[in-house]
Design a protein around this ligand. Structure first.
Ligand code: F6R
Length: 255
């Protein structure tokens, strides 16, 4: 796991955007997109590079990580609407190249299976952008998710529903979701996880320095061949080996 320590949330966004841009400049790219506050700075920076530096997303196919069950794509809080509002509507990614599982599918199990197969048919995800929940989830793989899981229907934990309650009138967060599995995420050729703020520090420590355990789903990234974790000072504040990560970063920046 490569740990990149940043001085500010803005720097986290810029470093993550660098990783994405480097891949985009190589040619057609399959991108995995997380929603939520963590990657918002990354998306803002990518939008800026699209606007000011002609970075193009025309050759990108994008798959979102997860979706709330029961919500139509047009629902204001669906992850489809959110990723369009916060990223896709501001770049040149053709809408037919943005894929999400449909939360309002008649058969959610079929939908999840179709979605996982669609990722495989696209050749797999080149770069998966991730955030991390305070309980260690990635995607909506809640604690005790199988480390080998594929895209499927999951029950949201009480912690996650409470964290997202502010986005829903009367706090009525859906109870189920569709999410790429931990095995699906592990298949991505590169994973880029961004974390901001002290409320993520315990989860970040468990992910990076704890045992690989379904109790901290993000710890599956320890088994990933190319995982980059980009942190602001708050999110990094509980790591034990900070000096080592700093030294490794200095040396790798010189390569
Ligand atoms: C969202 C997702 C979640 C979030 C996580 C952190 O698509 O998959 O795992 O990344 O809940 O959310 P924020 O970034 O809002 O703190």
């Amino acid at each position: 796991m490569q740990i990149i320590l940043c001085d500010s949330p803005e720097q986290v966004g810029a470093r993550a955007a660098d990783v994405v841009e480097a891949r985009l400049r190589q040619g057609p790219t399959v991108l995995g997109l997380a929603t939520g506050s963590s990657p918002a700075g990354t998306y803002r920076e990518l939008i800026r590079r699209h606007r000011d530096e002609s970075l193009s997303f025309n050759q990108v196919t994008a798959f979102t990580l997860d979706e709330y069950a029961g919500l139509k794509p047009g629902h204001e809080q669906s992850y489809y609407s959110t990723i369009r509002r916060e990223f896709v509507d501001h770049i040149d990614l053709p809408l037919e190249q943005l894929l999400t599982p449909r939360g309002d599918a008649a058969d959610l199990v079929d939908e999840a299976n179709w979605y996982d197969a669609a990722i495989v048919s696209a050749g797999g995800i080149d770069i998966q952008i991730l955030g991390i929940g305070a309980n260690g989830h990635i995607g909506f793989n809640e604690p005790t998710s199988s480390l080998a899981s594929r895209t499927r229907v999951k029950t949201l934990s009480g912690v996650t529903r409470a964290d997202n309650a502010g986005f829903f009138p009367k706090g009525e967060v859906p109870r189920l979701c569709l999410t790429q599995g931990l095995g699906t995420i592990r298949d991505a050729k590169q994973a880029v996880l961004v974390a901001l703020g002290e409320n993520k520090a315990d989860a970040v420590r468990s992910m990076v320095e704890g045992p690989v355990s379904a109790y901290c789903p993000a710890s599956v990234l320890q088994l990933h061949r190319r995982a980059v974790v980009i942190l602001d000072p708050g999110a990094a504040s509980k790591l034990t080996l900070l000096d080592y990560y700093r030294e490794a970063q200095e040396l790798s920046d010189q390569l």
